[in-house]
Design a protein around this ligand. Structure first.
Ligand code: ZN
Ligand code: ZN
Length: 59
């Protein structure tokens, strides 16, 4: 699925696809602003959060 926010161009600054150009449901970590801080428990230092994982962890 092409990212709607950047029209599939994969802009690095695009929050929705994190520069992938495709919306995999992987979004910038809101907790650390995509910085990928090692101490960040939300993204575990990757700076990206998969929507599915987010949902899973809630269940
Ligand atoms: Zn995008
Ligand atoms: Zn984070």
């Amino acid at each position: 699925m092409r990212c709607n926010s950047c029209n599939g161009e994969g802009l690095v600054r695009c929050r929705k696809c994190s520069g992938e150009g495709i919306d995999y449901g992987i979004h910038k970590c809101e907790n650390c602003g995509g910085e990928g801080e090692l101490a960040c428990s939300t993204c575990e230092g990757t700076g990206k959060v998969r929507l599915l994982d987010k949902i899973k962890s809630k269940v």
